[in-house]
Design a protein around this ligand. Sequence first.
Ligand code: THU
Length: 128
Amino acid sequence: MADALIDAALAARAHAFAPYSKFQVGAAIEDSDGRIHTGCNVENATYGLTLCAERVAIFKAISEGVRKFRRVAVAADTDVLTPPCGACRQILWEFCGDVDIILVNPRGKTETYRLKELFPKPFDASYL
Ligand code: THU
């Protein structure tokens, strides 16, 4: 089924700066107005400063004033579809809550999870 969010995640992947891992990831996040915000992973020679595609996408949107999100898509070229890392699950929870996370590869395989399934006991502001 055609889905602009999936297409955007796959397209964002082409911009990945991943000379060290060679593992290219794209992410796309749909906001409550239906706009799509994209990101790719951006690596660094110090390795530890690498930012994942998901965090680049959400921080881009947040920095433009967007605060409500509906869905997230993550694209990588793996047959077992690539999920967001733990750090990205925490950040996505902060801004998106229990949204659909759509995993996709370039061969059209997709799987959809609720963020709560991937991140069942999140720490958030409710504890503070
Ligand atoms: N990476 C992401 O961008 N998102 C994920 O969901 C998994 C991992 C990146 C980080 C690093 O640049 C490369 O993939 C290998 O870990």
